[in-house]
Design a protein around this ligand. Structure first.
Ligand code: HEC
Length: 377
């Protein structure tokens, strides 16, 4: 059997009071490398062991402040030097807007640094073993016992430690040994072998990713909506002789649903030939009233009497109840609405064909309201 290396001695106690008392005594003694083990946190233990406050908060402070300053400088560089963009006329160095970012960066970096420092610096990760693990002592103190372990350094007397433990009331005082593995453990993380393996993995993974995304899966960018053979309005054309990209429709073209008005400048022929295609129905009359009130009443008045609401800003039209207007055929009035008459403009753009005919039905109704024939009753 190979020789084992001694780690230290451990002793057990039965009650929380006893362990606190014992911890105080060890703290007052010359032994510094000791630890107290309890199945649950025992109140007052920090004071009994005279523990100094943890140094971990300093890590958070230093890392938090320095990464905040780094972020401040980074944003300053971006917004004033690298890519200055005017946002709402504010100055490039716009500190208030950065406060949330600085806050987040500070908190994030401080917390990550704290965890890493705790695990790596204080807990000596990746070393995850300890001589106390897997001992009867550890089994006892993680169940219902309380214990103290004292490390033996080269210059300490083993007998003395045993006697001391017994003197403060410990029972089951026993020796703890390093396992061979633990005794010879060396941190392998920083070894050249591991580092070069890490480097190879990094280069392979990033290289493979780059190759896959940029070569293997490369697709021509989707730009054929933007870059197609076409001329945009007002553009110079190299195709047509007159160099205009915008073309006039071919002579005689009729756009869909848009029958050209063929009586331009011929109101009398329109009056003789055009017939109102709409039936004298409630719907058509209502449509006519709506459109008349909107488009005609400002000048002609709600009842067609020529009582304009425009207060002289536009010549008052004649009444629509004149004998002339009453005797005009629907087609003749249609030509006024379509082409306009003297100062009255065309309403062909505001009212489609149907609506113009409906307005005429409504005008007829207005006319009858003042000059009803017997047949109208
Ligand atoms: C901006 C004011 C104005 C509006 C709006 C207007 N008109 Fe006129 N309208 C006139 C004037 C002014 C005349 C007289 C034109 C002239 O000197 O021949 C007139 C003439 C007419 C005539 C011929 C009357 C006649 O005895 O010669 C008819 C019919 C008519 N309008 C119908 C309408 C209808 C229907 C509408 C609604 C779609 C309409 N107008 C909208 C100002 C207007």
């Amino acid at each position: 059997m190979e020789e084992k290396i001694l780690f230290g001695y451990s002793g057990l106690f039965d009650t929380p009071d006893k362990i606190i008392e014992a911890a105080e005594k060890v703290a007052d003694s010359k032994y510094v490398n000791y630890d107290v083990h309890t199945p649950y946190p025992v109140h007052g233990m920090d004071t009994a062991m005279k523990l100094k406050p943890s140094r971990l908060p300093y890590v958070a402070l230093v890392v938090g402040i320095s990464s905040m300053l780094a972020m401040l400088g980074f944003m300053y560089w971006i917004t004033t030097t690298d890519y200055p963009v005017i946002v709402g006329g504010k100055p490039f160095f716009s500190f208030p807007a950065w406060v949330p970012v600085l806050f987040e960066v500070t908190v994030l970096s401080a917390s990550i640094a704290t965890v890493l420092a705790m695990i790596i610096v204080y807990f000596k990760f990746p070393n995850i073993s300890h001589p106390l693990h897997d001992t009867d002592f550890m089994r006892a103190v993680t169940a219902d016992k309380y214990g103290i372990s004292i490390e033996i350094k080269d210059d300490e007397n083993e007998e003395e430690v045993i006697a001391f433990l017994q003197s403060i009331g410990a029972y089951n005082v026993s020796a703890i040994y390093w396992s061979n593995e633990e005794a010879t453990f060396k941190n392998t993380v920083l070894q050249p072998k591991f580092l070069s393996l890490l480097l190879i993995v990094i280069i392979t993974v990033s290289g493979a990713t780059y190759f896959t995304l940029n070569k293997l899966m490369f697709m021509v960018p989707f730009n054929w909506m933007r870059e197609q053979d076409k001329n945009i309005p007002q553009e110079l054309s190299t195709f047509f002789e007159d160099e205009f990209a915008m073309r006039n429709p071919v002579a005689g073209t009729i756009s869909r649903g848009n029958m050209p008005y063929k009586y331009i400048g011929q109101p009398d022929i329109a009056g003789a030939e055009l017939l109102n295609p709409l039936a004298l129905s409630k719907e058509n009359l209502e449509l006519g009233k709506i459109k008349y009130d909107i488009y005609c009443s400002p000048c002609h008045g709600y009842f067609g009497e020529g009582d304009s609401r425009l207060k002289g800003q536009f010549p008052n039209p004649p009444t629509l109840h004149s004998a002339k207007a009453r005797e005009w055929s629907d087609g003749r009035i249609f030509s006024v609405l379509t082409e306009g008459q003297n100062v009255m403009a065309s309403y062909a753009h505001q009212l489609d064909r149907n609506e113009r005919w409906a307005v005429i039905l409504y005008i007829r109704a207005l006319q009858r309201s003042l000059n009803a024939k017997e047949s109208d009753l």
